[in-house]
Write a protein that binds this ligand. Sequence first.
Ligand SMILES: *[C@@H]1O[C@H](CO)[C@@H](O)[C@H](O)[C@H]1NC(C)=O
Ligand SMILES: *[C@@H]1O[C@H](CO)[C@@H](O)[C@H](O)[C@H]1NC(C)=O
Ligand SMILES: *[C@@H]1O[C@H](CO)[C@@H](O)[C@H](O)[C@H]1NC(C)=O
Ligand SMILES: *[C@@H]1O[C@H](CO)[C@@H](O)[C@H](O)[C@H]1NC(C)=O
Length: 507
Amino acid sequence: MAKEREQKKLMFGLIGNYSAELKLLLTTLFLLCSVATFLQFIPSRFTISASDLRVCISRVSQVVTSTPPSTSNSFISHLTTTLSPPPPPPPPPQENTTQNGILKRVFNPYGSASYNFITMGAYRGGFNTFAIIGISSKPLHLYSKPTYECKWEQTKKPNETTKTLSTVGYKILPDWGYGRVYTVVVVNCTFSEHVNIDNKGGKLVLFASTSGGGDRNFNITDKFEVLTEQPGTQDLSVFTSKPKYDYLYCGSSLYGNLNPQRVREWIAYHVKFFGPRSHFVIHDAGGVHEKVLEVLKPWMDLGYVTLQDIRDQERFDGYYHNQFMVVNDCLHRYKFMAKWMFFFDVDEYIYVPPKSTIKTVLDSLEEYNQFTIEQMPMISKVCHSDDYGKTYRKWGFEKLVYKDVKKGIRRDRKYAVQPRSLFATGVHMSQNLEGKTTHKTEGKIKYFHYHGTIAERRESCKMFVNSKQVTYDKNPYELDTTMRDIAGVIKKFELKMIGSSLQKTRQ
Ligand SMILES: *[C@@H]1O[C@H](CO)[C@@H](O)[C@H](O)[C@H]1NC(C)=O
Ligand SMILES: *[C@@H]1O[C@H](CO)[C@@H](O)[C@H](O)[C@H]1NC(C)=O
Ligand SMILES: *[C@@H]1O[C@H](CO)[C@@H](O)[C@H](O)[C@H]1NC(C)=O
Ligand SMILES: *[C@@H]1O[C@H](CO)[C@@H](O)[C@H](O)[C@H]1NC(C)=O
């Protein structure tokens, strides 16, 4: 390692001398290509086939930056090794014959297949507790027991010795085994005493140890800062005061060629439904293209929508654009900002029957910290013949009026929680919470699911029928105009709230 570093210095020194004579562009190119070439030859954990330039660039920043800065919304991969020796430089492949004539085979490890930890965010969850949200090598968690230790380092005055608190970090794996190369990890760091209560500032440092996973000969510990609190900035009152919002929507990763008109309808409907004390957090994993942004922008300007660009998570192969990480980040990031948090998708519409409102329903469910919501699956292809020839002008939930009524099918549910009681969450419900959960919400609240419409840019209606019942693909459907009947109200609401700027939106 030391030799490597020297070589690196040498390289950069060399380039430095030349750079005076070279144009900036040439220097940069030279630098990148040298490093790319160079990387192929250093036998270390950093060497992952640096074949394409993109990899080359990301490698460069990793190798050169020794301590990555701690920001709460970026993906930082941690390779900085401390405490235990790095793997030795592998010997050239060889075989040895021992005295008793046995051929001793040798196994030479190269590189590093997946990161020990990739952070998305770290958040305070009270006076003495924090949550660190990220992804980590799935086999490491599946087949061995990596361990975590959290340290709080109090900011010190020049002559003071640093006060450090330590605790064991306990991990939650909230993704039900859905991970791929990476699995989602929430590390809970709870200290035995209040942390930074005097507001002098400090930082939270995570020690992530493989504890023999990957290579039983090594306990490799990566140490990294996950959260910094500047002196005087900590406002501990948020943990005890009334939340800013009544309802907060945590969206899953948005991906694919989304239909801007469908997104327009969805956001208008839900702002109307949840009302002025609500907020929507949308995570763009590549789905918010220019036209989708156009329909979100007016609501962003009104303060209803926060759009987060999470496209960089695509580098790391987890389940469905790392949606479990994303929802857990959202949970902890906004935990104290909302009384209720909702988790569902942008092709789903929450509904409560007339005479009730979302407020009356949630007040009646107050004693539960979590409840799940029944699904009304709506078919995306069959429409009513009244709409024949005018479907292009109709909204999605206005023209898709046939509900799947096949019995005896277990359907996905969506859910809402009182986030202060949660430690981690999933996509269909949380299994890490305090308090009670109920599934008995039939008749109180439900959601209409328009599966297959959100990434469909052509006309959905493929078949028109003029009856209350219809069988399509051997499945029974029934006319349900609940949503269609309120389309007019939603359109008026949109016009009143944001004006006519979206009237020309097309799918
Ligand atoms: C093979 O044997 C040689 C000589 O005994 C020794 O120096 C070397 O370390 C051995 N290699 C391994 C991988 O055991
Ligand atoms: C961590 O776990 C403890 C004990 O289960 C819990 O009280 C605390 O709220 C959790 N912290 C976070 C940030 O979720
Ligand atoms: C810090 O220590 C130095 C040398 O020990 C001493 O001269 C200085 O006065 C100290 N400063 C403070 C603020 O205590
Ligand atoms: C690995 O090192 C960490 C940090 O020192 C320690 O907490 C952990 O217990 C060690 N694991 C094993 C299996 O020795």
